[in-house]
Design a protein around this ligand. Structure first.
Ligand SMILES: Nc1ncnc2c1ncn2[C@@H]1O[C@H](COP(=O)(O)OP(=O)(O)O)[C@@H](O)[C@H]1O
Ligand SMILES: O=P(O)(O)OC[C@H]1O[C@](O)(COP(=O)(O)O)[C@@H](O)[C@@H]1O
Ligand SMILES: [Mg+2]
Length: 480
């Protein structure tokens, strides 16, 4: 039995540069496991569906924009029910845990895992682990049944609680082993899935017939490979209410400015999409695109121009934007961290509001009215919207199908519109960020008409780079 993650990575290659980044399976380390016909075969709802079961060889390409002679590239195993399963209903003892920050849709995912286990696979032992990873060893568990979870998708938050910190591998795996848990469903972001990978490895090292599967959660949409994370749509939609309020306030006053802070510690996706959706925003600031305040081409010059031209303006700022400017100014460390090792941020919304107010206070000719709105925790506490509810259902059901089929060490994720099983390391090795040389950021810049905040010298360098870049070379595979 090996416990080396690089050895465990299952990669298969095929013709024309085809690569399958496969996920581990119980049979990789436990020989001669019995299998059983999938109970869905006799489920009245599914038995009438032709080709309901996924072909064992189905895979999904990561890159759908291809060139005639280019390699076929990386693929992931397609999610869905298999003809045979590796657990009998009576044998299953499942546990669900939610970790990290809140996100719309957590309750829907919990609900749909419970319902899929009960209704599709006849499983009746499902536990909720209370309060994140530390709940495995320091708290009571919560019994989850379809009745308990019936209407939880209409509520924000997570009914089983969440936390940061508390990942203690030996204690968690001891608890899994002692309680006889053999299916662990872990819902959380990059940090959580790194923790899930460690739990999977320890379980494998101990030779336990227990599978570990993740469902990626991040309101910031900063997990790579997947099309988008659940709750992101809801967050963008909810952000509109704050932006609308900021716009109403700004429009109603002479030289009115509305500032809205949105989430996004390292990635500005919520701010970018909320800005694009709104069309009322004049300036969007994200962590990926540095800016400066004073002088030619700076933020304050743009604000002044915008007020002169239009009489009011709306600024959307992602919470992780401009942090280096704040740290330099306040002499506070830019490296302070929370219990999970996430960067602790200073309030860029307050800071920028203050800077703008002070700038205009110096010029008595232009009095302004500035209103600052911070809806961040209100946004992530709402229940998921309709489209996220459907998405959460697909993620949860796909995850349960994979687990029942004996796959382990994977997350359930949407890739190019198809549900897939992705190995942990592929979604934790890097972060998904807004690429400011992609077309989406260009769309944003053209919709707000804001400056790029490149200094004259940087513009020159940028031009030289562009001149050397072959068209399309900079694009992410799936830039739209
Ligand atoms: N590298 C890691 N290894 C093991 N556990 C981790 C790691 N990073 C974070 N965790 C654990 O994952 C949980 C959630 O992490 P956090 O970063 O707060 O949220 P998210 O999963 O949303 O990124 C916490 O309990 C934390 O202790
Ligand atoms: O105050 P908390 O609970 O640490 O959470 C705040 C942070 O969590 C986030 O919402 C991101 O969390 P996820 O991406 O893991 O969902 C950030 O945008 C925000 O800075
Ligand atoms: Mg994280």
């Amino acid at each position: 039995m090996d416990n080396n993650i690089s050895v465990q990575m299952k990669v298969e290659t095929g013709d024309a540069g085809y690569v399958l980044e496969d996920v581990p399976h119980l049979s990789d380390y436990i020989p001669n496991l019995p299998t059983y016909p999938n109970p869905l075969r006799s489920n009245p709802a599914y038995s009438v569906v032709k080709q309901y079961f996924v072909d064992a060889d189905d895979t999904v390409p990561q890159k759908v924009v291809v060139h005639k002679d280019g390699p076929r590239g990386i693929h992931f195993r397609r999610a869905g029910p298999r003809q045979r399963v590796y657990f009998t209903p009576d044998e299953v003892h499942a546990a669900i845990v939610t970790c990290g920050g809140l996100c719309p849709g957590l309750n829907t995912v919990i609900r749909e895992i419970v319902c899929a286990l009960y209704h599709m696979y006849g499983v009746t032992k499902v536990l909720g682990i209370d309060g994140g990873y530390r709940g495995f060893y320091s708290k009571n568990t919560i019994t989850l049944t379809p009745k308990v979870v019936d209407d939880i998708h209409k509520r924000g938050g997570t009914i089983i609680g969440t936390s940061r910190g508390g990942h203690d591998k030996p204690k968690i795996v001891d608890s899994i082993q002692d309680r006889g848990i053999n299916q662990v469903y872990i819902i959380g972001g990059d940090g959580t899935q790194k923790g899930a990978a460690v739990i999977y490895q320890e379980i494998r090292k101990r030779g336990l017939k227990a599978v570990v599967a993740g469902i990626p959660k991040t309101i910031d949409n900063d997990i790579p490979v997947i099309d988008k994370s659940f709750g992101f749509d809801t967050a963008v939609e909810e952000a509109q209410r704050a932006i609308n309020a900021a716009h109403v306030e700004a429009e109603s006053a002479e030289n009115g400015i509305g500032v809205v802070k949105l989430m996004g510690r390292y990635s500005g996706f919520i701010a970018m999409y909320a800005t694009l959706a709104s069309r009322d925003v004049d300036l969007c600031l994200i962590p990926e695109s540095p800016f400066f305040l004073e002088g030619e081409g700076g933020l304050l010059e743009y604000v002044e121009k915008r007020l002169k031209d239009n009489g009011h303006m709306v600024i959307v700022v992602a919470e992780g934007a401009g942090q280096e400017l704040l740290a330099a100014e306040t002499l506070n460390s830019a490296t302070a961290q929370d219990a999970s090792g996430n960067k602790l941020l200073q309030d860029v919304g307050l800071w920028i509001s203050d800077k703008i107010k002070k700038h205009f206070a110096r010029q008595t000719s232009m009095p302004i009215t500035l209103k600052y709105i911070d809806p961040t925790y209100m946004i992530r506490a709402v229940p998921s919207n309709a489209s996220d509810n459907v998405y959460c259902t697909l993620l949860a059901q796909s995850c349960v199908h994979g687990v029942m089929a004996g796959y382990t060490g994977f997350v359930s994720g949407l890739v190019n519109g198809r549900q897939t099983y992705i190995p942990f390391n592929r979604i934790t090795e890097k972060q998904n960020n807004v690429v400011i040389t992609d077309r989406m950021w260009a769309r944003l810049l053209s919709s707000t008409n804001q400056p790029s905040f490149l200094r004259p010298k940087e513009v020159e360098v940028q031009k030289q780079v562009e001149a050397q870049t072959i068209e399309g070379e900079n694009s992410k595979p799936n830039d739209i």
